[in-house]
Design a protein around this ligand. Structure first.
Ligand SMILES: [Zn+2]
Length: 297
């Protein structure tokens, strides 16, 4: 059986000191985020997970990007006030830092929040045209991804809004970002994708990531189709603080194998773990790693 890696989706919980946030806000000073990134990364490494992210501690996954793109300003939500354009590296510095922290036997995931999700999470005061805005986000993200791929082992595009329905130009948006990539590319869509399985299987990526633990009906949905992509099997819930036991996770992985056979290439939580208590997130990852070792050696 081929090597199956344990991995994360994106965000990881850390305890950010309020005083520090307030200080940074009132002084308009850039506070040093390194210690938060380090504590998230140390947890992921300590759990035994093989593919690690920066934990997205700096900002929620939309703001990380819109804070640094031209044409966006952050109020309660991101507002689009001008043409969206790339304005220089967004996540590269953090990724280089994470690389310096992790042992050589671990791999690094570059995270990109997808153009359709950025579009749907923003208040558009400029374009008044969803498609045009989504394409400008995609072109800007492409520039980030081109630099990012030199520093990471895989790029994961996070498009939860695709679960509400993929627009007819959805595949093209992803293609803009992933075209001419040298590193593997994963598409993560949480939520219910049972109605859009054929479109998802047709996406220009190598690995598909979905919340198979929280939505076991997805296994039945995928069963109807020929699986042409590698699968990142969501195997512990991200929306529920109950820590799944190792044997429960093993049972779930075996259900996944019944549907996907050797197309499973990664085991992960269903989604980012930001909303979980930190010790719960850590225990879930540890049990995921143990279950993965039991099943795949
Ligand atoms: Zn997700």
């Amino acid at each position: 059986m081929k090597k199956v890696k344990t991995t994360v989706i994106g965000s990881y919980p850390v305890n950010i000191e309020n005083m520090e946030l307030m200080g940074g806000y009132f002084n308009q000073a850039e506070i040093s985020w390194d210690k938060y990134i380090k504590s998230a990364v140390n947890d992921m490494v300590g759990s035994g997970v093989e593919m690690i992210s920066d934990g997205q501690t700096r900002d929620p996954f939309v703001n990380i990007f819109t804070r640094k793109l031209k044409g966006c300003r952050i109020r309660d939500r991101t507002e689009i006030v001008d043409k969206v354009e790339y304005n220089g590296p967004i996540t590269i510095k953090d990724q280089k830092y994470v690389r310096s922290l992790i042992p050589e036997d671990r791999q690094l995931i570059g995270l990109i929040t997808g153009p359709y999700t950025l579009t749907n999470s923003s208040v558009d005061l400029f374009y008044k045209d969803e498609k045009e805005l989504a394409f400008d986000f995609a072109y800007a993200l492409k520039q980030e991804a081109q630099i990012l791929q030199k520093h990471v082992d895989m790029i994961s595009i996070d498009e939860p809004f695709f679960s509400m329905g993929i627009p007819e130009y959805g595949k093209e948006l992803i293609k803009i970002i992933t075209k001419d990539f040298s590193c593997p590319k994963r598409l993560h869509i949480c939520g219910d994708v049972s109605k859009i399985v054929p479109e998802v299987l047709d996406m220009p990526v190598d690995i598909l990531s979905h919340e198979f633990k929280g939505s076991p009906n997805l296994l039945d949905a995928f069963k109807q189709y020929k699986i042409t992509k590698n699968i990142c099997l969501g195997s512990v819930r991200s929306d529920n603080s109950r820590v799944e036991s190792v044997s429960e996770i093993i049972d779930h992985i075996n259900k996944g194998i019944d549907v996907f056979d050797d197309m499973i290439s990664q085991l992960a939580p269903d989604c980012g773990q930001r909303m979980l208590p930190r010790n719960v997130a850590f225990e879930k990852l540890k049990n995921l790693v143990k279950a993965g070792e039991k099943v795949y050696g």
